[in-house]
Design a protein around this ligand. Sequence first.
Ligand code: FES
Length: 510
Amino acid sequence: MAPSPTLPGTDESYWMDTTSTTSYPALTADVEVDVAVVGGGIAGLCTAWELTEAGRTVALVEADRIAAGVTGYTTAKLSVLHTLIYDKVRTSFGPDSARLYAESQQRAVQRVVAVAARLHIDCDLERVPAFTYAESPDLLDRIRAEADAAADAGLAASFVTETGLPFPVAGAVRVEDQAQFHPRKYLLALADDLTRHGGQIFERTRATGLTEGDPCTVTTEGGPTITARHVVVATHYPVFDRAMLFARLEPRRELVVATAIPAGRDPGGVYLTPEQNTRSVRTAPYRDGQRLLIVTGEHFTPGAGNVTEQWQNLVEWTQQRFPGTEIAYRWATQDNTTTDQVPFIGRFHLGTDRVYVATGFGGWGMSTGVLSGQLITACITGAEPPWAGLYDPRRLNLAREAGPMMKLQAMAAAHFVGDRVRPSRVDSIDDIEPGTGAVVRVRGRQCAAYRDDTGEIHAVSARCTHLGCIVHFNDAETAWECPCHGSRFAIDGTVIQGPANRPLQPRDTP
Ligand code: FES
């Protein structure tokens, strides 16, 4: 088994590379607050900030560092145009729901603009139009339907055939007044403002348990607890899954590359096409007056991609469409899509008025993360907006969801059973070359083994600690990934991304 070819560009997100690491303390003693927020990504931070604004006492716990998980690896488009969502929502939920979706998302975009202005946050915020485009005429009917549905939903939307892209399109939906920004510059300033107004942030504090009641108790890995009247689970994929949402969430990973372009070649907008395994384009201010072109695409189920090859596809596409460019950065991002395409934001399950969840943003975590903060705060403070029902996680319409749910479960079951009996790509640990990993049987047990560049083997259990599926090796990112619900682990077994909340156990090797 040979190591992957070297990929171009710095293996880091531009957002992470251009901001400082945070250093909030870990939780070392019990605290009592109005609201405990679990998860320090955009949804958790915006919820904590909105609640503090509303006069609630808040403690936020983050297993690692804030705004450094999925939020630190996003493409940071603040847009209400979510590929082809309006026609889907109009058809399956009705035109009123499409209008509520549009209004709630547009208010989230406006919230960022207003808060950035009020707090004087320098976060490279730029107002731009958003486009969903198609190069192939085969997709034109769907593009026209989306333009019609988006306009019908109240957005400044139109069908166009001209865009700022340097290649022709068959047609596009254009929506005015959207935005792009630097998510970490915005969120780190929000966190700073939150703590200056009495909110508490605890990093390197993994929440391990939740007892519901009045009050609720969140336990953490080190032992200290948070007692709170309300709890918000904003961990991307919910770590305390009281409503079995894993059966209604499809994880998806996507690759990103970034390259400098002259300012004069900026396409002037945020763009997305569902064609070619998706392609998305935006820009950001960059050094020496240039712009940084950020291209996303090549999505796959975690643990089931040929990641190196897919990254090469994305690099090739970028250099064909924007000739003469050198890749400066590359990173990957991950999200979950719900089985009816509308995010889950609100009360977690039928039996609770105290525990809230925000997940299933479908790749649109910026506007929807901000919206989560506004919506959950409104629910807790008793001022629910008209769109609370649309996003309510407790909805379950089998006519809409049964098909996608069965497909998801069939896929997970196929991995759960099939990956246990499928022969490994290598016969023994000795066959694993430096820089690569594989699942091999050691004394009858499946073991996830990685050989580092010095030749040392790092071996952990191959059974995902969420529900026991077998992890797969991601060659380009040197990580173990679970194809069932998207958990990710470092080579030493540490959890990088849930729903798993416990590390893969170390294994001795011969
Ligand atoms: Fe669910 Fe691994 S993420 S079994």
